[in-house]
Design a protein around this ligand. Structure first.
Ligand code: KG4
Ligand code: ZN
Length: 344
């Protein structure tokens, strides 16, 4: 029997709603809060308020775009964490209320888990095992995924997330927010060997990441060579080459550790997801490993950054491949800002 899923995602600064018929995305509407740019980063309280004013309109748009009716929905899904707590609460409570008022089943979806499956959106079944690299604004985690909902965390960032490093360096360089897409664009076809920003050395666990060192070395480079003290004149620095060189250092850490994990565990499938997976150079770099027999999957560009389609697809996988106990209890569980790795 086919199922219809209505999904909501508001973990950060995107208000998104989607409708799925089984594994097929019928609609995926996203409203991005571009106004944070003027503050150089996300202002949580303003993000929550913007979700409140957008959620009804986005939910309506997703349902009407899908061509279906509220009565056709069987399952309501929403991100329940991790994320900005105020933002999460808007979407989660909207979805719970929708579920209670309409008598539909509710399922809470872990945001990290939905990024993890976003590479396979639309697929009926997934090939296991695979190595998953999740690179977003809040997380950088390497997983071994053995089966549906069976994860082993191999490593994670010890300080900044990869996306956070992109955003902070972009801010230093006087670019806007979010910094990742801007650096990606400026770095295109520029000299990534212009300056060597050092890769971080991780002693305890080879699969852990650290990006604050690379970020700080950009700061020191700017201070030493351009007397940087907080304001930058972009015309006086080799902006594009700095972007390309910084990006190279981050991408090298991400690709090398992911491939090392794949080799060590004898796994040929790799899934790279989260906002930073939209990066064109990162995609190119992983592409090279296809020649060595690795199948590297990325989400479609529109599913790299936050979206409700991936939330809905993860709910679909739960409905198909789990014993559904989750559906009975999630309605009573609160949102969570932090990700409890031990229980994942
Ligand atoms: O997954 P996401 O939308 O939100 C979180 O869950 O955090 O990721 C947002 C992050 C931001 O840090 C943004 O700068 C980064 O993804 N990002 C990129 C690119 N597009 C988005 N980083 C590098 N290159 C890109 N093209
Ligand atoms: Zn995300």
């Amino acid at each position: 029997m086919s199922i219809t899923i209505f999904a909501i995602e508001t973990s950060c600064d995107e208000t998104s709603a989607a409708v799925l018929k089984d594994n097929r995305i019928l609609s995926n509407v996203i409203s991005s809060q571009l106004f944070h740019t003027e503050y150089g980063g996300i202002v949580p309280e303003l993000a929550s308020r913007a979700h409140i004013s957008a959620i009804d309109r986005i939910a309506d748009a997703a349902i009407s775009k899908s061509g279906l009716d509220i009565n056709d929905i069987n399952i309501v899904a929403a991100t329940n964490g991790p994320g900005l707590i105020g933002s999460l609460l808007i979407g989660l409570n909207y979805a719970k209320s929708f579920s209670l008022a309409s008598g539909k089943k509710f399922i809470g979806i872990n945001h990290i888990e939905s990024h993890l499956y976003s590479c396979y959106i639309g697929q009926e079944n997934i090939n296991f095992p695979f190595i998953a690299l999740i690179v977003s604004g809040g997380h950088t985690i390497l997983f071994l995924v053995n089966d549906y909902f069976s994860y082993k965390i191999l490593g994670q960032t010890q300080d900044d997330a990869a996306g956070e490093a992109f955003d902070k360096v972009a801010k230093m360089l006087g670019l806007g927010y979010p910094g990742g897409p801007l650096i990606d664009k400026l770095a295109k076809n520029c000299n990534e060997n212009f300056h060597t920003f050092p890769k971080s050395i991780i002693k305890e666990n080879i699969y852990n990441f650290s990006f604050s060192g690379i970020k700080t070395s950009v700061l020191y480079y700017l201070r030493k060579n351009f007397s940087y003290s907080g304001n930058i004149n972009q015309n006086e620095i080799p902006l594009n080459d700095i972007c390309a060189s910084f990006q190279k250092a981050v991408i090298a850490a991400l690709t090398e550790k992911t491939i090392l994990a794949a080799k060590s565990f004898g796994v040929k499938n790799i899934a790279v997801s989260g906002g930073v997976s939209a990066n064109s150079r990162l995609r190119e770099e992983f592409e090279k490993y296809r020649n060595e027999g690795y199948k590297v999957s990325f989400p479609k560009q529109e599913y790299s950054t936050d979206n409700a389609a991936m939330t809905g697809y993860t709910a679909y996988l739960y409905s198909k491949h789990s014993d559904r106990k989750k559906f009975e209890s999630d309605l009573y569980k609160p949102a969570f800002a932090r990700f409890d790795y031990k229980n994942f």
